[in-house]
Design a protein around this ligand. Structure first.
Ligand code: NAD
Length: 499
C-alpha cells in the first residue's frame, strides 16, 4: 500500500510517528494509501525549517516571486488532467468537477501573478515641513494553511498562492483524507522555482494542528473546514497572538419567487444541491419557494430531474452527475439525517437511502433525496448535512423567506430566483450572508473579488483570496520621516512654514 510522505525542505520525508490515517477510494471503499500523522516534534521541526527559508524568500523582489506564480500556473495547466484524476481518486468527485476544483484554485494563482501592483504601499510627501510618510506591506513570516477534504486543489491553492507571493513561508496541513493533491501541488511549486523550505506540506490530525496553534513562530493561520473546528482554531490562534481567518460550514438557502422562471430555478437547484454529492460549502441545501402554488410547481419540476441524476464513479464517464461521499461514516451520517427528517415529519418525496450501484457495493454512494414541508425546528434544517439532500421550506411571503435566512446561524452563500429587480435588490441589501446570487445558484466570486461568509460561516475579519488575502498575509508598517534641510528655523513641527 502507498505510504504518503511529508514534503519538507523540498524532499519527500517519511513520517516517524507510527500513526497513520487511512486514505480511501470512495468509489470502491478500498483503502488506497496511508498518510502519516505528524508528531509535535516533526511539526515543530518543519516550522523551524520554514523560518530559516523565509527571510531570503521575503527579500526576493515581488516581481520574481510573482514569476514563480506564473510558472506554477503554467505547470498546473499542463498537469490539469493528472491533478484532476488524482483528486477524483481520493475524493470521489467527477472528473469535470475535479477539473473545476483545480481551475478555481488556478485562477487565484493567476491573480497572484499581479501581486506586486497590489503590494505597493502608500506615500505622502510634505505631510509637514520636511516630513514624508510612507507605508509598506511586509510578510507575516511563517504562516499555516489548514484545509478541508472537499476541495483538495482549490483551497490549498487559495491558501498558498497569496501567502507565498507576499513573501511568507507556509506550513500546509491538508485534509488527511485527500493528501495527494497538495503534495503534487508542492512539487509543482518547487518545479516553478519556489525555494526549498518555503512551502512545507505536513500531514496530521488535531495533534499536528494544536502544535501549529501553539508554536510561537507561526504568525498567521488560515483555516477552512467545519464550524466547530473553525471556531476552536480561531479562538486558540487568537489567544496565542496570531492573526487568524477561519472559514466554517454552511446552510445555503435559495428563495424562489412566484415570478421566477421555475424550470431554470429547478435546474439550478439540482446542480447546486446535488453537484459534488452536496459536499460543497456553497451547495444549496434549502429551497424556499414563496407561496403554495410556487412550491407545488417547483417540487413537481424537481422530482423528475432528481430521479434522473446519474450517480457513479468518476471512471464511468463525463455524464455522471455526482460521485460517492468521502467516507463510510459520512454516508451513515447522511442516511441517519434523512431518517431523522422522516421521523420528525418532513415529506420525503425522493428517497435516496437505499441507493446501490452494481459493482460498487462497497463504495460510499448516497442516492439523492428531496424533502418537502421541512420546518426550521427539524434536524435536517438545522444541521449542515453535506450530502445529496435538498430540503424544501415553504414560505408564504418574501419577507418570511428573507427572515428565515436572516435567522439561520450560517451565512456563507444564498440565492434568489426572481424576475423582479426591486425584490432582488432588496434581498441583496438586507440579507446577512457573505455571498449572494441573483438568478445565480452558486455565487462564488471571481478570483479578483474575495470569498467569505458571515455569521458562523467565518471567524476573522478578512476574506479569502483577492485583495483581502494580500492584506491578511502582510503587515502594514508606516514610516514618518523628516529631513531637516527643508525646515525653516524654529519648528519641531514647523506648520507655520505652511502659512
Ligand atoms: P473538518 O473541520 O473536519 O476538517 C478541516 C481540517 O481541520 C482538516 O485539515 C482536519 O485535519 C482538521 N481538523 C479536524 N478536526 C480537528 C480538530 N479537532 N482539531 C484541529 N484540527 C482538526 O472539515 P472537513 O470535513 O474536512 O470539510 C468539510 C467542512 O468544511 C464543511 O463544514 C464545509 O462547509 C466546510 N468548508 C467551508 C468552506 C468555506 O470557505 N467556508 C469551504 C470548504 C469547506
Amino acid at each position: 500500500m502507498q505510504e504518503i510522505c511529508h514534503f519538507i525542505n523540498g524532499q519527500h520525508v517519511k513520517g516517524t510517528s507510527g500513526r497513520f490515517a487511512e486514505v480511501f477510494n470512495p468509489a470502491t471503499g478500498e483503502q488506497i494509501a496511508k498518510v502519516p500523522l505528524a508528531t509535535p516534534a516533526e511539526m515543530d521541526a518543519a516550522i523551524a525549517a520554514a523560518a530559516k527559508a523565509q527571510p531570503e524568500w521575503a527579500a526576493t523582489n515581488p516581481q520574481r516571486r510573482a514569476r514563480v506564480m506564473m510558472k506554477l500556473a503554467d505547470l498546473i495547466n499542463e498537469h490539469m488532467d493528472e491533478l484532476a484524476e488524482m483528486l477524483s481518486r481520493e475524493h470521489g468527485k467527477t472528473l469535470p468537477d475535479a477539473r473545476g476544483d483545480v481551475q478555481r484554485g488556478l485562477e487565484v494563482v493567476e491573480v497572484c501573478m499581479g501581486a506586486p501592483a497590489l503590494l505597493k504601499g502608500e506615500y505622502m510627501n510634505d505631510g509637514g515641513p520636511g516630513i514624508d510618510l510612507y507605508s509598506m506591506r511586509q510578510p507575516l513570516g511563517v504562516v499555516a494553511g489548514i484545509t478541508p477534504f472537499n476541495f483538495p486543489a482549490m483551497i490549498p491553492l487559495w491558501k498558498m498562492a497569496p501567502a507565498l507571493v507576499c513573501g511568507n513561508a507556509m506550513i500546509l496541513k491538508p485534509s488527511e483524507r485527500v493528501p495527494s493533491t497538495a503534495m503534487r501541488l508542492a512539487e509543482l511549486a518547487q518545479e516553478a522555482g519556489l525555494p526549498d523550505g518555503v512551502l512545507q506540506v505536513v500531514h496530521g490530525d488535531k495533534e499536528a494542528v494544536d502544535t501549529i496553534l501553539d508554536n510561537e513562530t507561526i504568525q498567521g493561520v488560515g483555516f477552512v473546514g467545519s464550524t466547530p473546528i473553525a471556531q476552536y482554531i480561531y479562538g486558540r490562534a487568537c489567544t496565542n497572538g496570531k492573526r487568524a481567518q477561519c472559514f466554517g460550514g454552511a446552510k445555503n438557502h435559495m428563495i424562489i419567487m412566484p415570478d421566477a422562471d421555475l424550470d431554470k430555478a429547478a435546474d439550478a437547484l439540482v446542480g447546486a444541491g446535488f453537484g459534488a454529492a452536496g459536499e460543497r460549502c456553497m451547495a444549496i441545501s434549502v429551497a424556499v419557494p414563496v407561496g403554495q402554488k410556487t412550491a407545488d410547481a417547483l417540487v413537481e419540476r424537481l422530482i423528475p430531474r432528481i430521479e434522473a441524476l446519474k450517480v457513479g464513479p468518476y471512471t464511468a464517464g463525463e455524464d455522471v452527475d455526482y460521485g460517492p461521499v468521502i467516507t463510510g461514516a459520512a454516508k451513515a451520517r447522511i442516511n441517519g439525517l434523512v431518517n431523522s427528517g422522516v421521523e420528525q415529519g418532513a415529506n420525503l418525496v425522493v428517497d435516496g437511502r437505499d441507493f446501490a450501484l452494481q459493482g460498487y457495493e462497497d463504495g460510499f454512494f448516497v442516492g439523492p433525496s428531496l424533502f418537502d414541508n421541512v420546518t426550521p425546528d427539524m434536524d435536517i434544517y438545522k444541521e449542515e448535512i453535506f450530502g445529496p439532500v435538498l430540503s424544501t421550506v415553504r414560505m408564504d411571503s418574501y419577507e418570511d423567506a428573507l427572515d428565515l435566512i436572516i435567522k439561520n446561524d450560517y451565512g456563507n452563500g444564498t440565492a434568489i430566483y426572481t424576475a423582479d429587480g426591486d425584490t432582488a435588490r432588496d434581498f441583496a441589501h438586507k440579507v446577512n450572508v457573505g455571498m449572494v446570487g441573483i438568478n445565480f445558484p452558486i455565487p462564488v466570486p471571481l478570483s479578483y473579488f474575495t470569498f467569505g461568509g458571515w455569521k458562523k460561516s467565518a471567524f476573522g475579519d478578512l476574506n479569502q483570496y483577492g485583495p483581502d488575502a494580500l492584506r491578511f498575509y502582510t503587515k502594514t508598517k508606516t514610516v514618518t520621516s523628516r529631513w531637516f534641510s527643508g525646515i525653516k528655523e524654529g519648528g519641531e513641527f514647523a506648520f507655520k512654514a505652511m502659512d
